[in-house]
Design a binder for this molecule. Structure first.
Ligand code: PXP
Length: 252
């Protein structure tokens, strides 16, 4: 893999959402993860939420056993989740804010407000060999705090950028995109590895994929939705193609 290559992490949470709608075993998120892997995903992302609304503990067991690519384990900064992560020691842990009443992860983590607690929280995860990432908004104060607590990676929240695009508010979208680019550059200058994700689609992925500092995109909901229409393998392959094209500066 070249130094400039951009990794695609496929988030399979919403395969579990569909499965859980009927309470049975179908569709199986592990089967989806293996297909995504074969289609060109460089990693699989799964969020074990406190309320287990989609991914379950058994799914994490299964993913750890079945995957050939790294698992990026998304979790809230709670004692329960820390124990689970330390038991599995996944390749990567991404710390996200979590509120039970939200439909999805609505904002970035407030690192600056909880710096001490989070520094102590991530230390054992790092000691266990997990690459710790913090999911944050494009906000310099939060990035500085993430750096101070010893995170190796930040994942920039692209949700606002994607929402503005979907609403046709292109001025706000472009302002958010500029902020994302500036903060990717800033985080990189501190020595942090930069990832991005949330809400990305075929229409919105190219400008973010083109940021030279961004090393990984994590994409889920859109890909699982698109899989209904074209199948998961072509859906992932098309995202991969758009990312690679944007990265090469050939997205016109
Ligand atoms: N990155 C993080 C940290 C997330 O919490 C999520 C959503 O679980 C994603 C990426 C993927 O977002 P989406 O499912 O909207 O593509």
């Amino acid at each position: 893999m070249s130094k400039n290559s951009l990794r695609l992490g496929v988030n399979i949470d919403h395969v579990a959402t569909v499965r859980n709608a009927r309470g049975g075993a179908y569709p199986d998120p592990i089967r989806a993860a293996k297909l995504a892997e074969e289609a060109g995903a460089d990693g699989i992302t799964a969020h074990l939420r406190e309320d287990r609304r989609h991914i379950t503990d058994a799914d994490i067991d299964g993913l750890m056993e079945a995957l050939s690519v790294p698992l990026n384990f998304e979790m809230a900064a709670t004692d329960e989740m820390q124990k689970i992560a330390l038991r599995h020691k996944p390749h990567a842990v991404c710390i996200v804010p979590e509120k039970r009443e939200e439909r999805t992860t609505e904002g970035g983590l407030e690192v600056a407000r909880e710096e001490n607690r989070l520094a102590h929280f991530i230390a054992p995860l790092r000691d266990a060999g997990c690459r710790v990432s913090i999911f944050i908004a494009a906000d310099q104060k939060q990035i500085e705090a993430a750096h101070r607590i010893g995170a190796e990676v930040i994942e920039l929240h692209t949700g606002a950028y994607c929402d503005h695009h979907a609403e046709g508010n292109f001025a706000a979208r472009d302002r958010e995109l500029d902020a994302l680019q500036d903060m990717a550059t800033f985080a990189h200058s501190l020595g942090l590895e930069v990832h991005a994700g949330h809400g990305l689609t075929y229409e919105t992925v190219a400008p973010v994929a083109a940021f030279p500092e961004v090393m990984e995109l994590n994409i889920g909901h859109f890909l699982i939705g698109e899989a209904i229409f074209r199948g998961l393998t072509p859906a992932v392959q098309e995202m991969r193609r758009l990312m690679d094209e944007a990265r090469l500066g050939d997205s016109t």
